[in-house]
Design a protein around this ligand. Structure first.
Ligand code: NAD
Length: 312
């Protein structure tokens, strides 16, 4: 029969694409519960869903940061049954930590970590009773490798990786699979939202050198990386749907092949210096390595690589 898939954060980006691709499955294998915090933003999803709207796709309200909202949404589903949970809702945060308040840091964890944990706790008892289920998390390469000026965001994704790596072992006893999808940069509203936020900040409590590194070194390099290496939400959704279709889903799925060797650096040198120094040189050694790597990035934009980053 049809599997019920609940996806969080479907008003835009990767979540919207995952919901729509599953709902438009030619074999109608999925009944998609596409959820979002604010139903006022449902138009884009409804438009993309087309004929599948109110057929294989229904839109419901769900704020991953609220117990009541999660309970209300699950109680509205027949038998509260969720076969596949896709934790996609997430927020970013960039900037020097000196300029970010503890409250703003907590918000990142409230959504990216505790929001996903709340969802998993809510569906797990029923999955365990039925001895079936699949929990998917849209993590990030930053869940495996820290990135400059993304300290708290990376930490929230690392937290999710640690949580799920631990849980996945127990859940195999119950025939429940856990999958971490780890995209590199993706061209969604995500980057724009971050750029808007930092353009408003005056970086209180931060020294001029750090502000300069952030604005003049990090921001342009980061933008360049989104332009040259960024995937489309469509590509990331396809990779996610592929994992959902597997009979024995993989635990990890890196969607961008260009990042795999970078991530491997930390396992290649157990002292950890290879990865830390490489990332330092990538960003700060303008004279040699920076130009070298920027030229490499430009080569990567040639068609053969483009196809590998966003396969048709
Ligand atoms: P996006 O901003 O378009 O989508 C994130 C969605 O989560 C938005 O629709 C937002 O409204 C929703 N959301 C935020 N807080 C919520 C809450 N409390 N309850 C319910 N929904 C909430 O960006 P995206 O790129 O599609 O991000 C989706 C996921 O992919 C995130 O978890 C993000 O960390 C991850 N990711 C993004 C990138 C990237 O470069 N864009 C890279 C790797 C991983």
């Amino acid at each position: 029969g049809q599997r019920t898939v609940l996806v969080t954060g479907c008003s835009s980006g990767i979540g919207l694409q995952i919901a729509v691709q599953l709902a438009q499955d030619p074999n109608r294998r999925y009944c998609v519960i596409a959820t979002m915090r604010d139903l006022k933003k449902k138009e884009k999803l409804e438009e993309a869903a087309g004929n599948s709207l109110n057929d294989t796709l229904v839109v419901k309200r769900l704020d991953v940061c609220s117990d009541e909202s999660v309970a209300e949404c699950l109680n509205s589903i027949p038998n509260c049954r969720v076969d596949v949970l896709v934790n996609n809702a997430g927020i970013g945060q960039i900037g020097p930590i000196e300029s970010i308040s503890m409250d703003d840091m907590r918000k990142v964890f409230e959504t990216n970590f505790f929001g996903a944990v709340r969802m998993i706790k809510a569906v797990l008892p029923d999955m365990k009773r039925r001895r079936a289920g699949h929990i998917v998390v849209i993590s990030s390469v930053m869940g495996l490798q820290g990135v400059i000026f993304n300290d708290v965001y990376a930490a929230s994704k690392f937290a999710m990786e640690g949580f799920c790596e631990s849980l996945a072992v127990q859940l195999l006893q119950f025939n429940i699979f856990v999958s971490m999808v780890e995209p590199g940069p993706v061209n969604t509203e995500f980057e724009m939202k971050l750029m808007e936020e930092v353009s408003r900040s005056e970086f209180p409590g931060t020294d001029v050198d750090t502000i300069r590194y952030f604005k003049e070194v990090y921001l342009p390099a980061s933008h360049e990386i989104f332009v040259t290496m960024g995937q489309s939400p469509n590509t990331v959704a396809k990779a996610t749907v592929k994992v959902i279709n597997m009979a024995q889903p993989n635990f990890r799925c890196q969607t961008n092949v260009l990042y795999t060797p970078l991530i491997a650096l930390k396992y290649a040198d157990e002292k950890g210096n290879l990865s830390v120094r490489t990332f330092y040189n990538l960003l700060f050694n303008f004279g040699t390595l920076f130009h070298f790597s920027m030229n490499l990035l430009k080569c990567i934009t040639c068609n053969c690589f483009r196809r590998r980053v966003n396969p048709a």
